[in-house]
Design a protein around this ligand. Sequence first.
Ligand code: CO
Length: 506
Amino acid sequence: MQSFQLYERASTVPETSYTRGDWRTGYESLKQEFDYWIDHVEGQIPPELQGTLFRNGPGLLDVNGQRIHHPFDGDGMISRITFSNGRAHFRNRFIHTAAYLEEQKAAKILYRGVFGTQKPGGWWNNAFDFKLKNIANTNVIYVGGKLLALWEAAEPHRLDPYTLETLGKEHFNGVLSEGEAFAAHPRFDPSCAADDGASCMVNFSIKPGLSSTITIFELDLTGKVLRKHAHSVPGFAFIHDFAITPNYCIFFQNSIAFNPIPFAVGLRGAGECVKFQPNQPTRVIVIPRTPPQSREQDRRNSRGVQILETQSGFVFHHANAFEVGDEIVVDSICYESLPEVESGSDFREADFDALKPGHLWRFRLNLKEKTVHGELTVDHCCEFPAVHPNHVGRPYRYLYIGAAHAQTGNSPLQAFMKVDLESGERQVWSAAPRGFASEPVFVPRPGSEKEDDGWVLALVYNSEHHRSDVVILDANDFSQKPVARLHLKHHIPYGLHGSFTNEVFA
Ligand code: CO
């Protein structure tokens, strides 16, 4: 059963649901920094919705007119939407990383990007230059009184949540060394047994090589590191996200190979040297959350690191995971192959029809039998999953995710989909033909008991007016029109990840 509630002009939605020209304008830089109360609102902002939505993503797609090669190389910009007493306030600010300040001063690209951005002057000007910029553009979280902008290859940047001013790099009291990686995908365990049921933040870092090191970090909500343990796994690991359960961290080691030579000699970015290996299996790495030194007391975790195998494929993001007896269930967005970053190609000319869509798969890992059973659950192009925060690592029923307008094929995200994983029912709210979607965030209604009682918040880019909207959907029923649409005065370039906190900053 599916219900499609379309954007105002549903009858005019063309066959393809979008034009590349419209989609592309969402990738223009936003150079201005704003600070204002949002006055242009359709519908009503629920007064019980109190708190702050933070978003991060590339704000600059060029440096003084010199275009970057891939959006992932764009300087991080924080957007903050504060909800208070039925009103909303907007503020955005660039993260003042050292490289951002240097490049803005020089008014030109000074650093190579991981995804192929090169300094001007050809390959000989880029060869053997391994200095990459920490662009802090992937996620933003508020934890322990600190607002942190995350980028997976280096340490977070700390910001003032009120002014969004950059305060410096965060090393968690020396737990991270200068430049040490800290992934952009922390998971918040709502109730950690090792901490008497307190909530904790679990994150990781990857040090890739011929064999790779995965380090697990667990922090309490004051930002203090409680547990840190490192594990060596065979092969080159390119891992962006992971999933947690009460007892395990789960990583999918995609079947790829890395040839560093074109990067070293200045021909390609490091991210362009990753090649998908369609005939190799995906390795599923299961690491107990209990550190090895305290594992003897814990019989359940005595097995140590386990590596299982499943069919080849590529996963950026996991929706959630949970334990059932000897099995771990993992829901992930899977691609048949890795969309390679082609050097020399312009991402603005992307041919969506030639690329494989992401679909939702459910993997059952049997730790006793050492088997993985994968099953396609949602064959509708989708990406950027979100779940109720109290169900992270636990059995859950509802998933919210960015989706294509059309049920089949591959295209930019223009809609949001709610999936009932028990009944299989899907509901889609679409902003097609001229609207483009992003990562949704689920916010529970205060005092709610039902898993889908709350709101789904997201930014939608409206190409018709070249501005963005903050859309508030009733999570209980996507088939209704949004609870509210907040029209910003400008656009926000397509972003990556963000989060919601109940704290109000304005
Ligand atoms: Co991500």
